[in-house]
Write a protein that binds this ligand. Structure first.
Ligand code: P6P
Length: 347
């Protein structure tokens, strides 16, 4: 007899993962890795929300390999993410925006998953309490990772091997997600069968299913780019953006929305439609965003939600990374909007 639905039949991330595991969509090892990521996000959410009263704002006084001044919370968030992944015992290699090179995880007992992540993207917004987020991608266990090395591999051989195994195209992604730290803390992820969002209930510290099978609208009259760089853009891109401002027969131009925080701008695009872009320009030939742990995970999620992710000419997920911190231009969001952009850039 079908039990009547109770108000306590809440789907949490934990129960959702167990259902996916029972359905054979993911294995037990990946469930553990995803649970450890959710724990890291809860800890970072708490740190971010108390940054101003626990002396966590401001600069660390160091720079990362990108030459960017690290904020205190960049460093701490990286430590939180790394230790959660290590203690999961199922992660073979981690690659972080905040680390110069990928790291082989000695604690991995099985699974050997490869996790690439940006522990706190948009951290320049922290001091003003503007939304930030964590972004990650998970690649399949790669048996060659630490097995095709000789008996006594040198540190350099292991390091080189890790770089080779981290630099996989986004089409290999098993799972990807982000956690947005904003007016709500929302963890959004896919394990290859659609995109699901979980809102953190602070009353009992659980991520509760709040967005069941997100679908990006096929079109949307919102564009999200830093027009401060307009003068540096290619002429075709200028023509594209100018076309969005033309009220045309509808009498309504597109709306411009730009937070300056990828996760916040992307999450809005996932729900409302439109396009988010970080173009190349005459100063930054490959744009600013990194392929491995920003553009590929976001493009994977966009495609899982019926949208598109492009570098302006090709599918982001088809790009084979050459370096861990490689940058690419990114245009992501509603299919019709990304395809309109691509047609302008190819004209
Ligand atoms: P700009 C934050 O530093 C970030 O990496 C993304 O989160 C954000 O979308 C972008 O850079 C903002 O860059 O050059 O517009 O300030």
């Amino acid at each position: 007899k079908q039990q009547a639905k109770s108000q306590y039949d809440i789907t949490t991330l934990t129960t959702w993962l167990l259902k996916k595991e029972q359905a054979g969509v993911i294995d037990g090892e990946l469930t553990i890795v995803l649970s450890s990521i959710a724990l890291a996000c809860k800890q970072i959410a708490s740190l971010v929300q108390r940054a101003g009263i626990s002396n966590m704002t401001g600069l660390q006084g160091a720079a990362n390999i990108q030459g960017e001044d690290q904020k205190k919370l960049d460093v701490i968030s990286n430590e939180v993410f790394s230790s959660c992944l290590r203690s999961s015992g199922r992660t073979g290699i981690i690659a972080s925006e905040e680390e110069d090179t990928p790291v082989a995880v000695e604690e991995s007992y099985s699974g050997n998953y490869i996790v690439v992540f940006d522990p706190l993207d948009g951290s320049s917004n922290i001091d003003a309490a503007v939304s930030t987020g964590s972004i990650w991608g998970i690649y399949k266990p790669n048996e060659e990772c630490l097995t095709n090395l000789g008996e006594e591999p040198t540190i350099d051989e292991i390091a080189e091997n890790c770089v080779v195994n981290v630099c996989q195209p986004g089409s290999n992604l098993l799972s990807a997600g982000y956690c947005m730290y904003s007016s709500s803390v929302i963890l959004v992820l896919s394990v290859g069968d659609g995109v699901y969002g979980f809102t953190l209930d602070p009353l009992y510290g659980e991520f509760v299913l709040s967005h069941d099978n997100i679908q990006i609208p096929k079109s949307g009259k919102i564009y999200s780019m830093n027009e401060g760089n307009y003068a540096l853009w290619d002429d075709n891109l200028k023509k594209y953006v100018d076309s969005l401002k033309d009220p045309g027969t509808s009498g309504k131009p597109y709306s411009a929305r730009y937070i300056g925080s990828l996760v916040g701008d992307f999450h809005r695009t996932m729900l409302y439609g439109g396009i988010y872009g970080y173009p190349r320009d005459s100063k930054s030939k490959n744009g600013k965003l990194r392929l491995l742990y920003e553009c590929a995970p976001m493009s994977y999620l966009a495609e899982q939600a019926g949208g598109k992710g492009s570098d302006g000419h090709q599918r982001i997920l088809d790009i084979q990374p050459e370096q861990v911190h490689q940058r690419v231009p990114l245009y992501v969001g509603s299919v019709e909007e990304v395809e309109k952009l691509e047609s302008f850039l190819s004209s």
